[in-house]
Design a protein around this ligand. Structure first.
Ligand code: VGL
Ligand code: ZN
Length: 209
């Protein structure tokens, strides 16, 4: 069991329609984490969400590169970039939070992926680490020392957010039953868990809270 303290925050990563079944970048069982996340929210003194929030011309969309398909690679912001289907476009229904996700008054939202020139998996920084969403500063201003990460997708935005949290000096936990992986390659989800453990991130389940 992990007793929740006043200096703990729950980070809900990208629980948006396009990452749930029926969405353009659907994660299998992505919607099944919603009731779990709703149940644990009330235990935390602070709950923060991230939202993938792309302009239609975003460079990570295969559709914006003539002759390229989803899953192929290009160079973007000097980094190798995998190409995605169009997803989480600003103002679209796919970019909205899952309708069943509880969103209390307290829940501040940090949007990412707004710059078309670079992708942004982490809720803290873009992939080139040039842009900062302000999440780290906000958590510190609220006296947060430990973060518990959940949401979508385990092998991309959850992993990058947890890795950055840990490297920024927050004690970091991932709630394994409150996340699901895209698994573009089979096993990506378990690989992500292994990489995170190696960095000192702790893995627990909602029942441990
Ligand atoms: C994500 C791929 C592209 C995620 C966002 O939220 O995990 N994955 N954009
Ligand atoms: Zn995205």
């Amino acid at each position: 069991m992990e007793k929740i303290k006043k200096s703990d925050a729950l980070l809900i990563v990208d629980v948006q329609n396009d990452f749930c079944p029926g969405g353009t970048l659907a994660v299998a069982e992505g919607d099944q984490i919603v009731p779990i996340i709703n149940n644990i929210q009330e235990k935390f003194p602070l709950v923060v969400a991230t939202q993938d929030f792309h302009p239609a011309e975003h460079g990570s969309f295969a559709a914006n590169h003539a002759g390229k398909k989803t899953g192929e690679f290009i160079e973007l912001a000097g980094l190798t970039q995998i190409l995605w289907p169009v997803h989480c476009v600003q103002g679209s229904q796919g970019g909205d939070f899952h309708p069943d996700l509880n969103r209390g008054q307290r829940m501040k939202v940090f949007q990412k992926g707004k710059n078309p020139e670079v992708d942004s998996y982490s809720g803290f920084f873009d992939n080139a680490r040039r842009g900062d969403t302000g999440l780290s500063e906000y958590l510190r201003s609220q006296g947060i020392e430990r973060v518990f990460v959940c949401g979508l997708a385990l092998d991309y935005c959850v992993k990058f957010t947890a890795m950055d949290a840990e490297s920024l000096g927050f004690e970091t936990f991932v709630i394994s039953d409150a996340t699901r992986a895209v698994n573009l390659s089979p096993g990506d989800g378990s690989k992500a868990l292994g990489e995170m453990k190696q960095k000192g991130i702790k893995i627990l389940t909602s029942k441990d809270l």
